[in-house]
Design a protein. Structure first.
Length: 150
């Protein structure tokens, strides 16, 4: 079970670090955003665990939209980006971590006050245990004041 949520943790790590990145001319309006994360993780052929979480983030002025839902680069991860057929952006990550090898593929569609992201995450531990997760993240802007969120 410990490795079952590893891929989901990578998604959440990217989501949680979103408030620190910034860039020019982002089409997302800055302010307080709510993210609804839902999906499932298959930890065995006959065992699936639901993934459900709601969190709030603060989008900074000029923050690139992909930094809101795309995991940040790390020493152990590579990422590729390309246009998706439906007008969004497709992302692929390959992470070679000590506890697992993780491949994460997703798409991102965004506008000034909403975004939608879909992820498929596969991981394999050194012992050969595998997990497969399908996660959808829907976001909406709640207002311009982030309050205590940084």
């Amino acid at each position: 079970m410990r490795y079952a949520t590893l891929g989901f943790i990578l998604v959440i790590a990217g989501l949680s670090s979103a408030a620190t990145a910034s860039a020019k001319d982002a089409p997302m309006q800055p302010g307080l955003w709510s993210m609804d994360i839902q999906g499932k993780t298959q930890i065995a052929a006959d065992q699936t665990v639901p993934v459900q979480r709601t969190m709030k983030i603060c989008v900074k002025p000029g923050q690139k939209p992909e930094t809101v839902v795309v995991p940040m680069d790390g020493k152990q991860c590579t990422r590729e980006q390309s246009p998706a057929a439906d007008g969004g952006t497709q992302w692929t990550f390959h992470c070679d971590l000590p506890q697992a090898k993780v491949t994460q593929t997703g798409t991102l569609h965004y506008g000034p006050t909403t975004f939608k992201s879909q992820w498929t995450i596969d991981s394999v531990t050194p012992s050969g245990a595998t997990t497969h997760s399908d996660v959808q993240v829907n976001g909406k802007r709640l207002g311009s004041d982030c309050g205590n969120l940084k």
